[in-house]
Design a protein around this ligand. Structure first.
Ligand code: ATP
Ligand code: MG
Length: 315
């Protein structure tokens, strides 16, 4: 029987500091409330959060042979993520981002590019995808995956019986060609609202979701910040409200929403209930600094769903 989650794609190190209100030029040290270093990126961030929620997770990605890469690997392993498919590229840098989060939640990012967008795709990865229960594909735009290998990997994953989810990170307009190749193999396409609007050319969630279904996705879950998630499933539209959390740092909310969704499906939850759980996962991540924020575990997240009000009235 297929088991576990295989996450493939962007792998980075995030360093989040809160609050940084205007970059100052004093020589003195300024005390801040929180500073978190953690594995991040659409694939590694989702992998870390899914593992925190108790899922069995393998990550397919790449780091450099620098100290940042070592930190990413050991950080993932500390929560039980299987890193045997995480490549270390000699002489390359680990993709790393410094995020200065203002007390009003806005953030400035300083990104140092590296090898994080180039996961390995080979026979071992293909075999792993065929044997997984879930494949989370976060590799659109990757140099090793675009133009055929990614679509072929997902074809194999589907042939093996996996359920495929797909998320994006800051796609260019040209990504639509690759998305058209990938979506026929995707069960749940999970872009953010900004990405959905940008790629579909529509400013209407329903029209955007419909466009992705026409391109081949079986269902579409559009993440829409405090508004929650717009879900198009079996031809029916639903709005799943977010929870009224007190956000500190919303970095990686999208990645953790995907992780929560998969972790709940893995425990047999129905898709809309899994979206509610995903919203609580992302909400708890937003209540602290960095990839994990204030998230604890699956049980505590379920308990929080009863404790928090909804951020918006259900439709
Ligand atoms: N201010 C907020 N209050 C409550 N929930 C939030 C808030 N911001 C985000 N969320 C939750 O997180 C989910 C994902 O957030 P968002 O829509 O910002 O995704 P994203 O743009 O993909 O994020 P990322 O920057 O991590 O890629 C939302 O659907 C919602 O459930
Ligand atoms: Mg996102």
């Amino acid at each position: 029987m297929n088991t576990g989650l295989l996450a493939i794609g962007l792998t980075t190190l995030d360093i989040n500091a809160y609050p940084i209100d205007g970059l100052t030029h004093t020589e003195r040290a300024i005390l801040i409330q929180g500073l978190a270093c953690a594995p991040a990126g659409t694939a590694a961030g989702a992998a870390l959060v899914a593992a925190k929620l108790g899922a069995k997770v393998r990550l397919v990605g790449a780091v450099g042979d620098d100290m940042n890469g070592l930190f990413v690997r050991t950080g993932l392993e500390s929560l039980g993520v299987d890193t045997s498919l995480l490549a270390t590229r000699v002489g390359e840098r680990t993709s790393s981002t410094l995020l200065a989060v203002e007390s009003n939640g806005r953030r400035s990012s300083f990104h140092c590019p590296g090898t994080g967008g180039a996961p390995p795709v080979d026979a071992t990865v293909t075999a792993a995808a065929r044997g997984s229960r879930f494949v989370h594909y976060a590799a659109i735009g990757g140099s090793t995956t675009d133009g055929g290998p990614g679509a072929q990997l997902l074809r194999e994953a589907k042939a093996g019986g996996a359920l495929v989810t797909c998320d994006l990170i800051g796609p260019r307009r040209s990504a639509i060609d690759e998305i058209a190749k990938i979506l026929p193999h995707v069960d749940y396409f999970m872009p953010s609202a900004a990405e959905a609007f940008f790629l579909s050319g529509s400013d209407d969630l329903s029209t955007a979701a419909q466009r992705f279904i026409e391109l081949g996705a079986k269902a579409c879950v559009i993440k829409n910040g405090r508004q929650g998630a717009f879900v198009l499933l079996g031809g029916q539209a639903h709005v799943v409200p977010a929870f009224a959390v007190t956000p500190v740092d919303t970095t990686s909310c999208g990645d953790s929403f995907c992780a929560g969704f998969i972790a709940a499906l893995d425990r047999g939850w129905a898709p809309l209930e899994a979206c509610r759980f995903a919203g609580m996962t992302a909400g708890l991540v937003a209540e602290g600094v960095g990839t994990l924020g204030a998230l604890q575990d699956f049980k505590a997240t379920v308990a929080a769903m009863d404790r928090y009000e909804l951020a918006i009235e259900p439709a």
